[in-house]
Design a protein around this ligand. Structure first.
Ligand SMILES: [Zn+2]
Length: 332
Protein backbone atom coordinates (compact mmCIF):
# COMPACT_ATOMS: atom_id res chain seq x y z
CA UNK A 1 0.00 0.00 0.00
CA UNK A 2 1.44 3.38 -0.94
CA UNK A 3 2.26 5.72 1.89
CA UNK A 4 0.64 9.08 1.67
CA UNK A 5 3.63 11.40 1.96
CA UNK A 6 1.65 14.27 3.44
CA UNK A 7 0.25 12.21 6.30
CA UNK A 8 3.63 10.64 6.97
CA UNK A 9 5.02 14.15 7.22
CA UNK A 10 2.19 15.15 9.48
CA UNK A 11 2.87 12.24 11.81
CA UNK A 12 6.41 13.47 12.29
CA UNK A 13 5.94 17.18 12.49
CA UNK A 14 2.47 17.57 13.90
CA UNK A 15 0.63 16.06 16.80
CA UNK A 16 -3.11 16.10 17.15
CA UNK A 17 -4.41 18.10 20.07
CA UNK A 18 -7.98 18.33 21.14
CA UNK A 19 -9.57 21.66 21.81
CA UNK A 20 -13.03 23.11 21.84
CA UNK A 21 -14.17 22.77 18.28
CA UNK A 22 -12.21 19.93 16.81
CA UNK A 23 -9.01 17.95 16.79
CA UNK A 24 -6.31 20.31 15.64
CA UNK A 25 -2.95 19.64 14.15
CA UNK A 26 -0.57 22.20 15.53
CA UNK A 27 3.14 22.50 14.90
CA UNK A 28 5.12 21.21 17.88
CA UNK A 29 7.01 24.20 19.05
CA UNK A 30 7.01 26.39 22.11
CA UNK A 31 5.82 29.40 20.20
CA UNK A 32 2.51 27.75 19.49
CA UNK A 33 2.12 26.24 22.90
CA UNK A 34 2.17 29.09 25.38
CA UNK A 35 3.07 32.38 23.83
CA UNK A 36 1.25 34.36 26.48
CA UNK A 37 2.71 32.43 29.37
CA UNK A 38 2.73 34.22 32.74
CA UNK A 39 6.52 34.49 32.68
CA UNK A 40 6.17 36.78 29.67
CA UNK A 41 3.66 38.78 31.62
CA UNK A 42 6.06 39.47 34.45
CA UNK A 43 8.30 41.35 32.06
CA UNK A 44 5.26 43.17 30.73
CA UNK A 45 4.21 44.13 34.25
CA UNK A 46 7.67 45.40 35.00
CA UNK A 47 7.63 47.43 31.81
CA UNK A 48 4.25 48.81 32.83
CA UNK A 49 5.74 50.09 36.08
CA UNK A 50 3.96 47.61 38.32
CA UNK A 51 6.85 47.05 40.68
CA UNK A 52 5.69 49.71 43.12
CA UNK A 53 2.29 48.11 43.46
CA UNK A 54 3.68 44.68 44.15
CA UNK A 55 6.80 45.56 46.13
CA UNK A 56 5.21 45.24 49.56
CA UNK A 57 3.38 42.02 48.85
CA UNK A 58 3.93 38.86 50.83
CA UNK A 59 6.35 36.47 49.19
CA UNK A 60 3.58 33.95 48.58
CA UNK A 61 2.19 36.29 45.94
CA UNK A 62 5.43 37.40 44.40
CA UNK A 63 5.03 34.94 41.54
CA UNK A 64 1.71 36.59 40.65
CA UNK A 65 -0.13 33.34 41.34
CA UNK A 66 -3.15 33.02 43.56
CA UNK A 67 -2.32 29.35 44.11
CA UNK A 68 -0.35 29.79 47.32
CA UNK A 69 -2.24 32.76 48.62
CA UNK A 70 -1.94 33.54 52.31
CA UNK A 71 -4.45 36.32 52.83
CA UNK A 72 -3.50 36.69 56.50
CA UNK A 73 -0.51 38.62 55.22
CA UNK A 74 -2.61 41.19 53.41
CA UNK A 75 -2.53 44.51 55.17
CA UNK A 76 -5.95 45.59 56.32
CA UNK A 77 -4.64 48.88 57.73
CA UNK A 78 -2.63 49.94 54.72
CA UNK A 79 -3.24 53.53 53.67
CA UNK A 80 -3.61 52.30 50.13
CA UNK A 81 -5.11 48.89 49.46
CA UNK A 82 -2.78 45.95 49.13
CA UNK A 83 -3.07 44.47 45.65
CA UNK A 84 -1.66 41.28 44.16
CA UNK A 85 -2.08 39.36 40.94
CA UNK A 86 -1.80 40.10 37.25
CA UNK A 87 -2.42 43.71 36.28
CA UNK A 88 -2.82 42.63 32.67
CA UNK A 89 -5.47 41.78 30.10
CA UNK A 90 -7.15 38.58 31.32
CA UNK A 91 -5.59 39.04 34.75
CA UNK A 92 -7.14 38.57 38.17
CA UNK A 93 -6.24 40.91 41.02
CA UNK A 94 -6.88 40.30 44.70
CA UNK A 95 -6.78 42.99 47.30
CA UNK A 96 -7.46 44.09 50.79
CA UNK A 97 -8.56 47.35 52.31
CA UNK A 98 -10.25 48.32 55.54
CA UNK A 99 -13.44 46.37 56.26
CA UNK A 100 -16.52 48.42 55.50
CA UNK A 101 -14.93 50.21 52.56
CA UNK A 102 -16.71 50.90 49.31
CA UNK A 103 -14.53 49.88 46.36
CA UNK A 104 -15.17 50.78 42.74
CA UNK A 105 -13.17 49.83 39.67
CA UNK A 106 -14.11 52.43 37.07
CA UNK A 107 -17.92 52.14 37.13
CA UNK A 108 -18.06 48.66 38.61
CA UNK A 109 -18.91 48.14 42.27
CA UNK A 110 -16.41 45.67 43.73
CA UNK A 111 -17.64 43.37 46.50
CA UNK A 112 -15.74 43.70 49.79
CA UNK A 113 -16.04 41.06 52.51
CA UNK A 114 -16.08 41.46 56.30
CA UNK A 115 -12.30 41.33 56.40
CA UNK A 116 -11.87 43.93 53.65
CA UNK A 117 -10.89 41.40 50.97
CA UNK A 118 -11.90 41.95 47.38
CA UNK A 119 -11.22 40.76 43.87
CA UNK A 120 -11.48 42.13 40.35
CA UNK A 121 -10.21 41.36 36.86
CA UNK A 122 -9.59 42.66 33.38
CA UNK A 123 -11.00 41.28 30.16
CA UNK A 124 -9.03 40.28 27.10
CA UNK A 125 -9.43 43.66 25.38
CA UNK A 126 -9.22 45.91 28.43
CA UNK A 127 -7.74 49.36 27.76
CA UNK A 128 -4.36 50.15 29.29
CA UNK A 129 -5.61 51.85 32.45
CA UNK A 130 -8.30 51.48 35.06
CA UNK A 131 -9.10 53.60 38.11
CA UNK A 132 -9.64 52.16 41.56
CA UNK A 133 -11.67 54.27 43.97
CA UNK A 134 -11.95 53.44 47.66
CA UNK A 135 -14.03 55.12 50.33
CA UNK A 136 -13.52 53.96 53.91
CA UNK A 137 -16.50 53.23 56.13
CA UNK A 138 -15.91 56.52 57.99
CA UNK A 139 -16.33 58.49 54.76
CA UNK A 140 -12.63 59.05 54.06
CA UNK A 141 -12.09 59.08 50.30
CA UNK A 142 -8.69 57.78 49.19
CA UNK A 143 -7.01 59.38 46.19
CA UNK A 144 -8.02 57.50 43.02
CA UNK A 145 -5.44 54.87 42.14
CA UNK A 146 -4.65 54.61 38.44
CA UNK A 147 -3.80 51.04 37.50
CA UNK A 148 -1.72 50.29 34.42
CA UNK A 149 -3.00 47.24 32.59
CA UNK A 150 -0.44 45.38 30.52
CA UNK A 151 -1.63 44.47 27.03
CA UNK A 152 -1.01 41.02 25.62
CA UNK A 153 -0.60 39.40 22.25
CA UNK A 154 -3.16 36.74 21.43
CA UNK A 155 -2.68 33.97 18.91
CA UNK A 156 -4.93 33.24 15.99
CA UNK A 157 -6.38 29.75 15.83
CA UNK A 158 -7.92 28.46 12.60
CA UNK A 159 -10.23 25.49 12.79
CA UNK A 160 -11.56 24.23 9.48
CA UNK A 161 -13.87 21.40 8.48
CA UNK A 162 -16.03 21.76 11.57
CA UNK A 163 -19.53 20.34 11.18
CA UNK A 164 -21.59 23.40 10.25
CA UNK A 165 -24.18 22.60 12.93
CA UNK A 166 -21.50 23.25 15.56
CA UNK A 167 -20.73 26.70 14.13
CA UNK A 168 -23.65 28.61 12.72
CA UNK A 169 -26.23 26.43 11.00
CA UNK A 170 -28.68 25.12 13.53
CA UNK A 171 -31.90 23.18 13.22
CA UNK A 172 -34.91 24.51 15.18
CA UNK A 173 -34.31 21.75 17.76
CA UNK A 174 -30.67 22.75 18.13
CA UNK A 175 -31.60 26.43 18.43
CA UNK A 176 -34.12 25.52 21.13
CA UNK A 177 -31.44 23.66 23.07
CA UNK A 178 -29.00 26.57 22.73
CA UNK A 179 -31.65 29.03 23.97
CA UNK A 180 -32.56 26.79 26.89
CA UNK A 181 -28.88 26.49 27.78
CA UNK A 182 -28.51 30.26 27.88
CA UNK A 183 -31.49 30.48 30.22
CA UNK A 184 -30.00 27.83 32.52
CA UNK A 185 -26.70 29.71 32.67
CA UNK A 186 -28.41 33.01 33.39
CA UNK A 187 -30.48 31.42 36.17
CA UNK A 188 -27.34 29.88 37.71
CA UNK A 189 -25.73 33.32 37.83
CA UNK A 190 -28.72 35.12 39.30
CA UNK A 191 -27.76 34.64 42.95
CA UNK A 192 -24.02 34.45 43.30
CA UNK A 193 -22.55 34.39 46.79
CA UNK A 194 -20.53 37.09 48.53
CA UNK A 195 -18.30 34.75 50.56
CA UNK A 196 -14.69 34.99 49.38
CA UNK A 197 -14.17 31.29 48.66
CA UNK A 198 -11.39 32.18 46.22
CA UNK A 199 -9.05 32.67 49.19
CA UNK A 200 -8.54 28.89 49.07
CA UNK A 201 -6.20 29.51 46.12
CA UNK A 202 -6.34 27.69 42.78
CA UNK A 203 -5.11 24.41 41.33
CA UNK A 204 -5.49 22.94 37.86
CA UNK A 205 -8.76 20.96 37.63
CA UNK A 206 -6.85 18.51 35.41
CA UNK A 207 -3.16 18.32 34.61
CA UNK A 208 -1.93 17.61 31.11
CA UNK A 209 -0.81 19.36 27.96
CA UNK A 210 -2.21 22.81 27.40
CA UNK A 211 -3.79 22.63 23.95
CA UNK A 212 -5.76 25.86 23.73
CA UNK A 213 -5.04 29.31 25.11
CA UNK A 214 -7.31 31.96 26.55
CA UNK A 215 -8.08 34.79 24.18
CA UNK A 216 -6.87 33.21 20.95
CA UNK A 217 -8.72 34.61 17.95
CA UNK A 218 -10.74 31.85 16.43
CA UNK A 219 -11.55 31.43 12.80
CA UNK A 220 -14.02 28.59 12.44
CA UNK A 221 -14.55 27.30 8.91
CA UNK A 222 -12.98 30.53 7.65
CA UNK A 223 -15.26 32.88 9.61
CA UNK A 224 -13.91 34.99 12.53
CA UNK A 225 -15.63 34.10 15.80
CA UNK A 226 -15.40 35.07 19.42
CA UNK A 227 -12.00 34.51 21.04
CA UNK A 228 -11.43 31.34 23.01
CA UNK A 229 -12.97 31.88 26.45
CA UNK A 230 -10.69 29.67 28.49
CA UNK A 231 -7.74 27.33 28.61
CA UNK A 232 -7.86 23.77 27.24
CA UNK A 233 -5.98 20.91 28.85
CA UNK A 234 -5.70 17.63 26.96
CA UNK A 235 -6.30 14.56 29.13
CA UNK A 236 -7.51 10.99 28.80
CA UNK A 237 -11.28 10.48 28.80
CA UNK A 238 -12.43 9.60 32.30
CA UNK A 239 -9.63 11.46 34.12
CA UNK A 240 -10.85 13.01 37.36
CA UNK A 241 -11.79 16.68 37.19
CA UNK A 242 -11.27 18.52 40.47
CA UNK A 243 -12.61 21.76 41.85
CA UNK A 244 -9.90 24.35 41.13
CA UNK A 245 -10.87 26.30 44.27
CA UNK A 246 -13.49 26.31 47.01
CA UNK A 247 -16.99 27.34 46.04
CA UNK A 248 -20.62 26.47 45.50
CA UNK A 249 -21.87 24.53 42.47
CA UNK A 250 -24.42 26.73 40.70
CA UNK A 251 -24.90 24.61 37.58
CA UNK A 252 -24.26 20.95 36.82
CA UNK A 253 -25.75 19.99 33.46
CA UNK A 254 -24.55 16.90 31.58
CA UNK A 255 -25.78 17.91 28.14
CA UNK A 256 -25.34 21.52 27.07
CA UNK A 257 -25.18 22.08 23.31
CA UNK A 258 -21.75 23.71 23.07
CA UNK A 259 -20.30 23.03 26.51
CA UNK A 260 -21.41 19.40 26.87
CA UNK A 261 -21.13 18.29 30.50
CA UNK A 262 -20.88 21.68 32.20
CA UNK A 263 -20.23 22.68 35.81
CA UNK A 264 -20.22 26.22 37.22
CA UNK A 265 -18.45 26.87 40.52
CA UNK A 266 -19.17 30.15 42.28
CA UNK A 267 -15.97 31.17 44.09
CA UNK A 268 -17.59 34.24 45.59
CA UNK A 269 -17.56 37.99 44.95
CA UNK A 270 -18.50 37.52 41.31
CA UNK A 271 -15.79 34.99 40.40
CA UNK A 272 -16.91 31.84 38.59
CA UNK A 273 -15.22 28.81 37.07
CA UNK A 274 -16.85 26.96 34.16
CA UNK A 275 -15.60 23.44 33.43
CA UNK A 276 -16.74 21.98 30.14
CA UNK A 277 -17.03 18.87 27.96
CA UNK A 278 -17.18 16.47 30.92
CA UNK A 279 -18.21 12.85 30.38
CA UNK A 280 -19.51 12.47 33.93
CA UNK A 281 -20.67 14.88 36.63
CA UNK A 282 -20.32 14.02 40.33
CA UNK A 283 -21.89 17.17 41.77
CA UNK A 284 -25.28 18.87 41.84
CA UNK A 285 -26.30 22.51 41.98
CA UNK A 286 -26.26 23.91 45.51
CA UNK A 287 -23.46 21.63 46.66
CA UNK A 288 -20.42 23.16 48.36
CA UNK A 289 -17.03 21.96 47.16
CA UNK A 290 -13.50 22.32 48.45
CA UNK A 291 -10.44 22.87 46.27
CA UNK A 292 -9.34 19.44 45.02
CA UNK A 293 -12.70 17.68 45.35
CA UNK A 294 -13.54 15.42 42.41
CA UNK A 295 -16.47 16.97 40.53
CA UNK A 296 -16.58 14.81 37.41
CA UNK A 297 -14.53 13.31 34.60
CA UNK A 298 -12.87 14.52 31.40
CA UNK A 299 -14.85 13.94 28.21
CA UNK A 300 -15.44 15.21 24.70
CA UNK A 301 -19.09 16.24 25.01
CA UNK A 302 -20.53 19.34 23.35
CA UNK A 303 -18.44 21.19 20.75
CA UNK A 304 -15.30 19.09 21.10
CA UNK A 305 -13.99 16.26 19.02
CA UNK A 306 -11.50 14.89 21.48
CA UNK A 307 -11.28 14.56 25.26
CA UNK A 308 -10.04 17.67 27.02
CA UNK A 309 -10.93 19.96 29.87
CA UNK A 310 -11.93 23.52 29.09
CA UNK A 311 -11.65 25.88 32.06
CA UNK A 312 -13.06 29.39 31.89
CA UNK A 313 -12.81 31.95 34.66
CA UNK A 314 -15.17 34.89 34.82
CA UNK A 315 -15.34 37.91 37.12
CA UNK A 316 -18.76 39.51 36.78
CA UNK A 317 -19.13 39.84 33.00
CA UNK A 318 -15.40 39.73 32.27
CA UNK A 319 -13.70 36.57 31.05
CA UNK A 320 -10.27 36.11 32.65
CA UNK A 321 -7.34 33.82 31.89
CA UNK A 322 -7.52 30.88 34.28
CA UNK A 323 -3.95 29.98 33.40
CA UNK A 324 -2.80 33.09 35.24
CA UNK A 325 -4.25 31.97 38.59
CA UNK A 326 -3.17 28.34 38.44
CA UNK A 327 0.30 27.05 39.36
CA UNK A 328 2.80 26.16 36.67
CA UNK A 329 1.49 23.11 34.84
CA UNK A 330 3.44 20.10 36.12
CA UNK A 331 5.50 18.10 33.62
CA UNK A 332 3.58 15.08 32.35
ZN1 LIG B 1 -11.74 25.42 25.09
Amino acid sequence: MPINPSSAFAAVVFSAVFVCGTALALPQNDDNKISNHPSDLKAALKAAGMTSTTSDLPSAMANTKIAALDTTELKADAVQPTLAGDMAQGGLVIGQTRPGSIVKLDDIRVDVDDEGRFIFGFGRDHPDTAVLNITYGDGTILPPKVLKIASREFKEQRIDNLPSNKVDEFTPEELKKITEGTAKKNAARANMQQKADWVSGFDWPVTGTITGLFGSRRILNGVPRRPHSGVDVGAVEGTDVRAPADGVITLADPDMYFEGGLVFIDHGQGLESALMHMSRLDVVAGQRVTRGDIIGAVGATGRATGPHMHWSLKWKSRLLDAQLVAPEMPET
